[in-house]
Design a protein around this ligand. Structure first.
Ligand code: ARG
Length: 459
């Protein structure tokens, strides 16, 4: 097939090079954005008198036909037309002849691809944002059911202090809320229109860049033609946002995997979200959570790959930049695949409240509160810490929890201890006295849930 750029060539492209060079396999997914961008460009060329108005009209009408033909699956793209941009231009020219050949006036594929990828990634980012909002709702709804579900909080994966499951879930609410704001912020920097940058040095045609930007819904135009064609910061930023989303999903997945184990038994995944073993009949495996944790690796890999692809590229466009697409597309696909199944896995799992409470009661999670009890009775904190440390050692030796010690036993450690210690170190008191902003007390978490719901309603 004759190349659109074939004029200065004497030989046709090697077949292997056609395959090697071609990106149509993966960039065809940007066809909507490519056509939308070309329609805006053609309309502006007509309006500015750069091409005849009737040609602009023909181009626009036929691009719309091509769009519905692609939507209907009627079009086969060609490898040797290289990429989505030239495939569509070729189809257009085959259909309407000379008018079609005027479309690329004042434009290069370098600014065209920069436009398409920005538009595509903005559209996709909005979809991920909606998925995150759904996840936020899932976390808030589940938290609302568990403001009294006491469980152990951990540091170093050692039982630390009692919290509630609601408090734990609302920690993830905060993480995914930051993810949402990061995506919005990232989208803000994508939202500038590069057409008019040309191949690298702009153009002599009197293009009206601002009107194209307005028609396509951009906030503004890029301010330097070299940067306009060679900036892929927004791809890397998005890959970074997506990596952080995966990291958050992966952390909770890891917890759910641990908590589903016989040793913890804090949750049980729904049958519909678990799988069995082909040999061990008793097994119920948390494969969904494991796959989310596993897929996090490939998204991180794409971020590293993109950074590395870009690091040595001299200004302006270089073909290396075609390598931006597969990683960012796969990162997006992966996040879009994981988020809904992550949400459904969480909202269908069984929470074993009794086991959580039992977990909180073991492991001396109220030791800090026992020390605080002594502090409230006048002992300096460091001394109280030492007294309770000795008490914990004694309790371990006697296989008791702190609240199982008798008054006589308590008195051995400090004579300022009275019978009100039992209430002071109960799990409920430990949790519900932590009313500090951001703390686990029932009333505090209820406030956090209320704020969260308001945020979701007004965003
Ligand atoms: N398919 C190319 C890409 O994704 C489009 C730009 C090609 N420009 C060029 N001068 N080879 O980057």
């Amino acid at each position: 097939m004759a190349k659109l750029w074939g004029g200065r060539f004497q030989k046709s492209t090697d077949k292997k090079v056609d395959d090697f060079n071609s990106s149509i396999r993966f960039d065809k997914r940007m066809y909507k954005q490519d056509i939308k961008g070309s329609i805006a460009h053609a309309r502006m060329l007509g309006r500015q008198g750069i091409i005849p108005q009737e040609d602009a009209d023909k181009i626009i009408a036929e691009l719309k036909n091509i769009l519905s033909d692609i939507d209907a699956g009627k079009i086969e793209f060609e490898i040797d037309a290289e990429d989505i941009h030239m495939n569509i231009e070729k189809i257009l020219t085959d259909r309407i002849g000379d008018a079609g050949k005027r479309l690329h006036t004042g434009r290069s594929r370098n600014d065209q691809v920069a436009l398409d990828i920005r538009m595509y990634l903005m559209d996709e980012t909005k979809i991920v944002e909606e998925m995150l909002v759904h996840a936020l709702n899932v976390f808030v709804d589940l938290a609302a059911e568990h403001t009294e579900t006491i469980m152990p909080g951990y540091t170093h994966l050692q039982k630390a202090q009692p919290i509630t499951f609601a408090h734990h879930l609302m920690a993830y609410f905060e993480m995914f809320k930051r993810d949402l704001s990061r995506l919005k912020d990232c989208r803000r920097r994508m939202n500038v229109m590069p057409l008019g940058s040309g191949a690298l040095a702009g153009t002599t045609y009197p293009l009206d860049r601002e009107s194209v930007a307005a028609e396509l819904g951009f906030d503004g135009v890029t301010m330097n033609s070299l940067d306009g064609v060679s900036d892929r910061d927004f791809v890397i930023e998005l890959a970074s946002c997506l990596s952080i989303i995966m990291m958050h999903m992966s952390r909770f997945s890891e917890e759910l995997i641990l908590w589903s184990s016989h040793e913890f038994s804090f949750v049980e995944m729904d049958d519909a979200f678990s799988t069995g073993s082909s040999i061990m009949p008793q097994k119920k495996n948390p494969d969904v959570a494991e796959l989310i944790r596993g897929k996090t690796g490939r998204v991180y890999g794409h971020l590293m790959g993109l950074l590395t692809t870009m690091k040595g590229i001299p200004l302006a466009y270089n073909k290396d930049m075609q390598e931006d697409k597969e990683p960012i597309f796969d990162a997006l696909d992966t996040v879009k695949l994981c988020l809904p199944v992550f949400c459904d896995m969480i909202s269908t799992m069984t929470v074993k409240k009794d086991n959580m409470l039992r977990g909180a009661k073991g492991g001396f999670t109220n030791a800090t509160d026992a020390a605080d009890y002594l502090v409230k009775k006048g002992l300096p904190f460091r001394e109280a810490h030492a007294v309770i440390g000795r008490m914990v050692f004694y309790a371990i030796e006697h296989n008791k929890s702190l609240d199982e010690l008798t008054m006589d036993e308590f008195k051995k450690f400090s004579d300022i201890i009275e019978s009100d210690i039992y209430d002071a170190i109960s799990m409920e008191t430990c949790v519900n006295d932590r009313k500090i902003t951001g703390g686990p007390a029932k009333e505090t978490v209820e406030k956090a849930i209320k704020n969260a719901r308001e945020f979701l309603e007004n965003r």
